[in-house]
Design a protein. Structure first.
Length: 291
């Protein structure tokens, strides 16, 4: 029986994966989002080997120069190449988005599973703490935590991750409440499977797709939050480039050098758009009602 069941389960899993991929491919905006995200990830990864100037190199003979063949996106207030700083700044923004969401998932998903599966006092305590955190606006809470921890990219990622944790607690708890009442979970409990095994084999795999979709969308929010913290001086510190700190400097030269603000602003818009489109596509592709 086991020898025949395993190939059947693998075949069903393969069909499900094909359905998800087919649904995702038919979602044109999701493909556009994937292309945008892939582009920014690629330039961030290849930044050390790309033939671009040193992002920290200054040139007093090229202060606030307009875009030209020598500097495709112009220069900033102390002659640094804007394109080089933009490419290196992509590393900080994407790293902040991914790491902060990773922190939020590592904290929020286990707490959400505990609250949803066990209920009772466990659920009450976790839910009340979550509601207390949700009472503060996400960005305000991130700014307060970053100011308390001190200005640095690492502390900004920790602050954003903690601020985003309630989102994953609430989502995971709701999904677990739906899954724990299913027949296969009741059957697993009836035959005496230990709770950790039930959570690992039956609960987590069934709530993970929704969590991944939320993670993709939250990365976009985290990138905006990192740019906001860097704009306020609480994120990436000079002379390391960051899109938010570039906008902070550019606000003083909007009339004389508008390109200093235009390029980082466009970059933030495109990468956030890409993650949002990608998240919407994943949500439609993983929706069981569509299969």
């Amino acid at each position: 029986m086991t020898e025949t069941t395993a190939p059947m389960m693998q075949e069903q899993l393969g069909k499900a994966e094909n359905r998800v991929w087919k649904k995702f491919r038919s979602h044109r905006s999701a493909l556009l989002g994937g292309i945008l995200v892939s582009f920014f990830v690629l330039i961030a990864v290849l930044a050390p080997i790309l033939p671009i100037p040193d992002p920290a190199a200054t040139s007093w003979s090229a202060v606030r120069k307009a875009p030209s063949m020598a500097h495709w996106m112009g220069t900033d207030e102390i002659g640094r190449d804007v394109m080089a700083r933009l490419i290196w700044g992509a590393q900080a923004s994407l790293l902040a988005g991914v790491v902060s969401v990773g922190i939020a998932m590592c904290l929020g998903v286990p707490l959400g599973i505990l609250a949803g599966y066990f209920g009772g006092w466990t659920d009450a305590i976790i839910s009340r703490c979550t509601e207390a955190l949700l009472a503060a606006p996400f960005l305000i809470l991130a700014i307060a935590l970053a100011a308390f921890l001190g200005p640095s990219l690492t502390n900004a990622m920790i602050a954003i991750g903690i601020s985003a944790t309630p989102i994953f607690i609430r989502l995971t708890r709701g999904q677990v409440l739906n899954v724990r009442s299913e027949d296969y979970v009741d059957s697993a409990r009836a035959i005496g499977l230990p709770t950790p095994k039930i959570l690992r084999r039956y609960i987590l795999p069934n709530v993970l797709p929704q969590i991944l979709v939320q993670a993709t969308l939250t990365i976009a929010t985290a990138i905006i939050a990192e740019a906001s913290l860097s704009f306020l001086g609480l994120g990436q510190q000079a002379p390391a480039p960051s899109w938010g700190s570039m906008l902070n400097t550019a606000k003083n030269f909007l009339n004389q050098a508008p390109w200093m603000a235009m390029w980082p602003g466009i970059s933030i818009f495109l990468v956030v758009l890409g993650f949002n489109l990608l998240g919407d596509g994943l949500r439609d592709a993983l929706d069981p009602r569509e299969h």
